[in-house]
Design a protein around this ligand. Structure first.
Ligand SMILES: *[C@@H]1O[C@H](CO)[C@@H](O)[C@H](O)[C@H]1NC(C)=O
Ligand SMILES: *[C@@H]1O[C@H](CO)[C@@H](O)[C@H](O)[C@H]1NC(C)=O
Ligand SMILES: *[C@@H]1O[C@H](CO)[C@@H](O)[C@H](O)[C@H]1NC(C)=O
Ligand SMILES: *[C@@H]1O[C@H](CO)[C@@H](O)[C@H](O)[C@H]1NC(C)=O
Ligand SMILES: *[C@@H]1O[C@H](CO)[C@@H](O)[C@H](O)[C@H]1NC(C)=O
Ligand SMILES: *[C@@H]1O[C@H](CO)[C@@H](O)[C@H](O)[C@H]1NC(C)=O
Ligand SMILES: *[C@@H]1O[C@H](CO)[C@@H](O)[C@H](O)[C@H]1NC(C)=O
Ligand SMILES: *[C@@H]1O[C@H](CO)[C@@H](O)[C@H](O)[C@H]1NC(C)=O
Ligand SMILES: *[C@@H]1O[C@H](CO)[C@@H](O)[C@H](O)[C@H]1NC(C)=O
Ligand SMILES: *[C@@H]1O[C@H](CO)[C@@H](O)[C@H](O)[C@H]1NC(C)=O
Length: 850
């Protein structure tokens, strides 16, 4: 950029802008800049380029970026000025040197494509065009194929289909895909996905440009050794991954055969790479891929003093005595900011060290936390005993924790990479002594005199509080009783759902103490009215809708009444983040509990058949009879509740739309299994009610067998995934077995052995047949839920179902060991194809678990 040319260029640009009305543009060219809320839209309308303000960004911070034009959730896929936000008076224009540049309000260049335009006949003749692939291309107007610069060569955090993640062999430059620094800050963060600099054909996840925390393993030509689900081709979905190596560059790229597939691959703020599909039916992004699967393998994933727990819904918690540095980010699932102390250490209050003789202040104390993975950056100190080690830590103000296992380790300043729930025999596990201000620990005691003073005051205060509380409780009880009585009466006459106050529900659930379950949508608590009516109160997490939408959705759900659907009694929204739903309580809990975790009795065949029929009726009602067809999106045993007489009730319907789906947690615990998800969730085809039919079919197999369709073998450690890639987990796939046995006519051999053959053979045959039809790859081949009801009631019959061959491809791994039952062992052949992506087995959700 010739600096002298700048002011003139900017001046010209300014002149041209004044009169342009905000309308979608098709190119940016000399004299045709983009400003304000103008957008550059791709020819097919898929993508748009313009100024945007990310959620959570500082006021007045605007960025030039590309996002999906037709998708209701604003999702940027590329950002130009990542590190330098501008005001909304900035404009994007062709600079005099032919580059596309961002000019701030004062007319100086903030960002430029910075490409060499020396070979172009007339530099100011270049144009910028946005393609339907999401690629922004700068080229001379006279020759669009002489690309000068393209955004696909400068991936930010999102890798779109068709984009390249490359290594330039001539310059040695490596394309890194760097995460945002925080949810509202597109600046490059600490995590990046990039080509292996050593030249091996693999990708690495790097922290701070140096520390490798995950690798795909080498590309074999067909798949990555450490991530076999990322493959050159796949059955059905038309997804393909490719490696290209020529004299100039080597790169990976991927594509979908189906153009309508909206997929993005993102280096997430959390440090995981994630694959997302857009699902029209739920108006949400559906997470189908995440690496590393173990969330806690991400370095500093929970920030300073954050504690990572594998498989927990929140992933990160603050250590005791700490609180999130930014509760807002924390609430959005962005934990990188970490935690800060509730109470300053005594030490840092300038009483400098233990030996300063100040007797009226308490020294800092240590909280012992067992089962921790100790951070690996501890410094060894000379100390002969645990007590010496503690003293060594106390003696230095910056020391924040110690551990002693024969050797003394000290940690200074911020503590990172804490993980709990680690077994003692795991490497680096032990007890950590965390330094806290004395007041943060219970039973803190120092001098008798002070204790007495405190006790006296405390006693006085306690008496007063008790007196006040008694008074208050009496008053409240009276009011509450009256109020509650009215509400319950209201329910009895079948009113639409009731809006509860948060405080009422808090009272009902004894301040959310009796937790009976936790799942993808939130935790569930037991609540009891004074007349002993028991309810289940669900605290929603991860809501993505505004207040108005929430109320609209909930009141629709509240009107739905069917004997096989769980009844929503009411809801609560305090206008802020606190959203709760109140349901009928189901004493017998969820189906999975009875099927898989063997209780002291076995669900009889009669009950099982009643459940299959009831669930079919409930789903048929949701699909056909409601005002708008409701697709459940999450049919599985965990979401089938059983009432006192083991009548089934479908739970959690309508929540997928309300909350969205996030499988990241289950992804961390299960690997490569075919679960209840219909293939169209993975392939990006339209989601219809038939997706529920698929899940329902998968569930039928489990009801028949009393076991999960896939029993997972050894859970693999993610860190060593690349190393043990040759070891395949033992998998068995029941549905294929049923399809084959059905043809042979002896499905009874597949019945849950616990039933000891005690089942109606005709009903068993019906259920197996229905199940096999439900899991067909082709959506139109699957029966509607209404038809399923008819078949199960014996009113009609179905033809013999074809064996769903695609499943073999989808499972795609050699199957070692025995197939389902050893007596009817049948080795499933390893197909040539490799699976698409992870198909997600989301088993952790429990609605009512006691
Ligand atoms: C810029 O943003 C301010 C508020 O932040 C708004 O009032 C103004 O209309 C915006 N201007 C343009 C050109 O979008
Ligand atoms: C533009 O590229 C040149 C070298 O090609 C480099 O020295 C300069 O820093 C770049 N400027 C920006 C703003 O990226
Ligand atoms: C370059 O193009 C501009 C406008 O298109 C024109 O005014 C100018 O004369 C051209 N310069 C050359 C060297 O052709
Ligand atoms: C356009 O650019 C391409 C690529 O640089 C080149 O091969 C081609 O000859 C150019 N066409 C014309 C008409 O200049
Ligand atoms: C991957 O390939 C490189 C050479 O390209 C080789 O040095 C390395 O050992 C390979 N890694 C594995 C795990 O096979
Ligand atoms: C990141 O790496 C740079 C140098 O590569 C180093 O100076 C810096 O301290 C590192 N950051 C952290 C937080 O370790
Ligand atoms: C898919 O999109 C590409 C370009 O975006 C287009 O060339 C192709 O014809 C489309 N294919 C189908 C089947 O629509
Ligand atoms: C601690 O004392 C030093 C001087 O001794 C003073 O500069 C500093 O501000 C003090 N810090 C606090 C937190 O009181
Ligand atoms: C405390 O520990 C740090 C890190 O080991 C060291 O640099 C510092 O000198 C120590 N301070 C004192 C007072 O010993
Ligand atoms: C103590 O912990 C360190 C670091 O984790 C480890 O290297 C060492 O072997 C442990 N010592 C004993 C006696 O367990």
């Amino acid at each position: 950029m010739a600096a002298g040319a700048l002011p003139l260029g900017a001046f010209v640009v300014l002149l041209c802008v004044g009169v342009v009305r905000a309308a979608d543009a098709d190119i940016v060219a000399a004299g045709r800049p983009l400003s304000g809320d103008q957008k550059l839209v791709s020819p097919g309308g898929k993508f748009a380029l313009g100024l945007f303000h990310p959620d959570g960004a500082a006021d007045g911070s605007w960025y030039v970026g590309i996002w999906y034009h037709k998708i209701s959730v604003h999702t940027p896929v590329w950002v130009a000025n990542r590190e330098t936000p501008v005001s909304n008076t900035s404009r994007l224009a062709i600079a005099p040197d032919g580059n596309l540049a961002l000019f701030d309000g004062a007319g100086s260049i903030v960002w430029s494509t910075n490409a060499s335009t020396s070979g172009v006949a007339n530099a100011s003749d270049t144009v910028a065009v946005l393609l339907d692939s999401g690629n922004l291309v700068l080229a001379p107007a006279s020759n669009a194929s002489a690309v000068l610069w393209q955004s696909f060569d400068h991936i930010t955090d999102t890798w779109l289909p068709g984009g390249k993640l490359r290594r330039d062999k001539r310059t040695g430059a490596i394309q890194a895909m760097a995460s945002w620094r925080a949810r509202g800050d597109p600046a490059p963060g600490m995590y990046a996905l990039q080509f292996d600099p050593s030249g091996a054909k693999q990708y690495l996840l790097l922290w701070n440009g140096t520390r490798v925390y995950w690798a795909t393993g080498n590309w074999t030509g067909k798949y990555f050794t450490g991530a076999p689900e990322v493959a050159a081709s796949s059955g059905g979905s038309g997804y393909s991954f490719n490696f290209v190596d020529n004299d100039d560059e080597s790169y990976f790229t991927y594509n979908f055969a189906v153009n309508s597939t909206v997929y993005r691959f993102v280096m997430d703020v959390s440090g995981q790479v994630k694959g997302w599909f857009w699902v029209e039916a739920t108006q949400g992004w559906n997470l189908v891929y995440a690496e590393p699967k173990a969330r806690c393998a991400v370095p500093r994933g929970c920030g300073a003093f954050g504690v990572c727990t594998e498989g927990s819904s929140t992933a990160c918690d603050c250590a005791r005595g700490f609180n999130p540095q930014s509760p807002t980010s924390w609430g959005l699932g962005d934990y990188i900011g970490g935690c800060v102390r509730n109470t300053q250490l005594q030490c840092s209050k300038n009483s400098s060290g233990p030996s300063d003789g100040l007797k009226n202040v308490e020294q800092d104390k240590f909280l012992r936390i067992d089962g921790m993975r100790l951070p690996d950056d501890g410094r060894m100190a000379g100390a002969a005993t645990s007590g010496d080690c503690q003293r060594a830590c106390l003696g230095n103000c910056t020391c924040s924790a110690y551990a002693y296992n024969g050797s003394c380790f000290l940690w200074h300043n911020d503590l990172f990479n804490l993980q709990n729930g680690v077994l003692d025999d795991q490497a680096g596990a032990g007890s950590l002594y965390l330094r806290l201000a004395a007041s943060e620990l219970p039973g803190a005691r120092s001098h008798v005199w002070r204790d007495i003073k405190v006790a006296t005051v405390a006693l006085g205060v306690t008496c007063f509080v008790i007196a006040a509380a008694i008074l208050l409780v009496c008053t409240i009880r009276g009011t509450m009783k009256r109020r509650r009585a009215t509400r319950l009466n209201g329910l009895a006459v079948g009113d639409a759902c009731v809006s509860y106050k948060y405080s009422d529900l808090q009272f009902l659930t004894k301040n959310f103490t009796d937790k009976i379950g936790a799942g993808a949508f939130g935790s569930v608590f037991k609540g009891q009215f004074s007349d002993n009516t028991v309810v289940a109160v669900k605290k929603l997490e991860g809501l993505r809708q505004g207040e108005k939408q929430f109320r609209a959705e909930v009141s629709t759900l509240g009107t739905i009444q069917h004997v096989n659907l769980i009844r929503m009694l009411g809801f609560c929204s305090d206008g802020g983040d606190r959203k709760l739903l109140v349901y009928d309580y189901m004493p017998n809990g969820s189906l999975d509990r009875h099927l898989f975790r063997k209780t002291f009795y076995v669900l009889s065949w009669q009950v099982r058949y009643q459940v299959t029929l009831g669930v079919a009726k409930g789903l048929a009602y949701l699909h056909d009879k409601c005002r708008d067809c409701i697709i459940h999106c999450d049919v599985k045993p965990e979401n089938i509740l059983l009432d006192a007489s083991f009548g089934p009730k479908v739970a959690d319907f309508g929540l997928a739309k309300l909350v969205g789906r996030d499988f990241s947690r289950v992804l961390t615990t299960m690997r490569g299994t075919v679960g209840y998800l219909a293939p169209e969730w993975i392939s990006g085809e339209a989601i219809t009610a038939k997706a529920d039919v698929f899940s329902y079919g998968m569930m039928l197999f489990e009801i028949v067998s009393g076991r999960r369709n896939i029993e997972q073998g050894e859970r693999r450690s993610v860190v060593s995934a690349a190393a043990d890639a040759e070891e395949h987990p033992t998998t068995t796939f029941f549905p294929l077995l049923v399809a084959r046995k059905l043809a042979e006519g002896d499905v009874m051999t597949l019945l849950d052995p616990e039933l000891e053959g005690d089942a109606n053979a005709e009903e068993m045959r019906r259920v197996c047949k229905v199940a096999c039809w439900c899991i067909q790859r082709d959506v139109d081949t699957r029966p509607a839920m209404g038809e399923v009801v008819q078949v199960l009631e014996g009113l009609t019959d179905l033809e013999m179902p074809p064996v769903p061959q695609y499943l073999e491809v989808l499972i795609g791994r050699p199957v070692h060991g025995t197939a389902y039952h050893s007596d009817s062992a049948e080795q499933l052949e390893a197909p040539a194809g490799r699976p698409v992506h992870e198909t997600v087995y989301h088993s952790t959700e429990q609605f009512f678990r006691s």
